[in-house]
Design a protein around this ligand. Structure first.
Ligand code: CO
Length: 218
């Protein structure tokens, strides 16, 4: 029943206020989350809940198959606000195994409008076709693409002008790629964390080597 949602809300608000009388007053004042979460819309992957964070601690963007499309005004508005105004320290792209969006991109059938949204994943499948074709189990293939999709979104974010400008200003900002398993509720780090533009370290070293040495004072 839809009315039970309001009853749930009353209970939740009362419980919060009982634990911490200043809770809502403090939240109303401002939000200062350290994290931007980019996750799938899937109802089984509730962002705050699986990482144990309270309201105010996680800035959240969710869409089908946790994409970071560089032409999506909704996503870009969230990203700019998170990076430039909230100055989050971490962006987490969190995929999940068994993702229905990824599955729709992998199965090669037509589903309608969503095929356009999922086109970046379909491109990924074509790029890795030789390897994917070798995986006979369909779910295993989907799960590998779930991981590859997270990696691709991390790379895309690392190329995003808002992110690159933040790094250019010396703003500390890390991008993480994680994957969640609905089967056991556990998160896994795909160890693809980016803390600066690709080749930044090499470029800095080269610049340092090329710089003329300052003479020691006699
Ligand atoms: Co999903």
């Amino acid at each position: 029943m839809i009315s039970s949602l309001f009853e749930n809300n009353l209970r939740w608000a009362a419980g919060r206020a009982r634990m911490d009388p200043e809770y809502f007053r403090r939240l109303a004042g401002q939000q200062s989350p350290e994290y931007l979460w980019i996750g799938c819309s899937d109802s089984r992957v509730p962002a705050n809940e699986i990482v144990g964070l309270d309201p105010g601690e996680l800035f959240v963007h969710r869409n089908v198959a946790n994409l970071t499309p560089p032409q999506d005004a909704n996503f870009l508005s969230v990203l700019q606000f998170a990076v430039e105004i909230l100055e989050v320290r971490h962006i987490i792209v969190c995929g999940h195994y068994g993702c229905g969006g990824v599955r729709a991109a992998v199965d090669g059938r037509r589903h309608g409008l969503i095929d356009h949204w999922l086109q970046p994943i379909a491109c990924l499948c074509r790029r890795d076709a030789a390897e994917l074709d070798g995986i006979l189990d369909f779910e295993a293939r989907v799960n590998l693409v779930c991981e590859r999709n997270v990696l691709a979104q991390v790379e895309s974010l690392a190329d995003n002008p808002f992110v690159r400008d933040a790094w250019g200003r010396g703003q500390p900002l890390s991008i993480h790629g994680w994957i969640y398993s609905i089967q056991d509720g556990l998160l896994r780090d795909l160890e693809t964390t980016r803390q600066g533009p690709a080749g930044a370290r090499a470029a800095t070293l080269k610049a340092q080597r090329g710089r003329p040495r300052r003479r020691r004072p006699e």
